[in-house]
Write a protein that binds this ligand. Structure first.
Ligand SMILES: [Zn+2]
Ligand SMILES: [Zn+2]
Length: 154
């Protein structure tokens, strides 16, 4: 994300916090900023390393506590497939369907009521229930698909 869109994403996050009556403390803001500026999902230790490069010390205990907070208020999502985190600046109640590119690790939230409903319905018919873990699908993102096609044409 470039500097301008990162700044506006952070503003959106701030207003989300304000509306929920929670405070974006310094540490929360630093971690959210790192997530927003990253091109892809980050593991907790990646965040600690990036913060250290800019002279900020984050302990393992506080990174997990802060990430939990961000998850709880929907400011970030955990990508279980990668054991990593992505920022979220959209307001939505349910965990999104997360598409994870297995070539470049980029993720994309998919909010598709038809898809959501059919997954829920079919799981229900099989006697299974979707819980807060959410759904993650691995595949190829648009860029990587285009690269694959380019390669096969040569
Ligand atoms: Zn989201
Ligand atoms: Zn990709």
């Amino acid at each position: 994300m470039n500097a301008d869109s990162a700044a506006s994403a952070l503003q959106v996050a701030e207003s989300l916090c304000a509306r929920q009556g929670i405070r974006l403390t310094n540490l929360r803001r630093i971690i959210l900023e790192i997530l927003i500026s990253s091109a892809g999902p980050l593991k907790a230790y990646d965040i600690i390393d990036i913060a250290r490069d800019t002279g900020k010390r984050i302990t393992p205990a506080s990174i997990y506590r802060t990430l939990e907070f961000l998850l709880q208020y929907g400011l970030a999502h955990r990508v279980n497939t990668l054991n990593a985190y992505v920022p979220c600046t959209e307001e939505h109640k349910h965990n999104p369907l997360m598409f994870v590119c297995s070539a470049c690790n980029k993720t994309e939230e998919i909010h598709d009521p038809v898809l959501d409903r059919s997954i829920q319905t079919r799981l229900g018919e099989l006697g299974l229930a979707l819980r807060n873990g959410g759904v993650e699908i691995q595949g190829r993102c648009r860029e990587c698909s285009a690269k694959d096609e380019g390669a096969s044409q040569n």
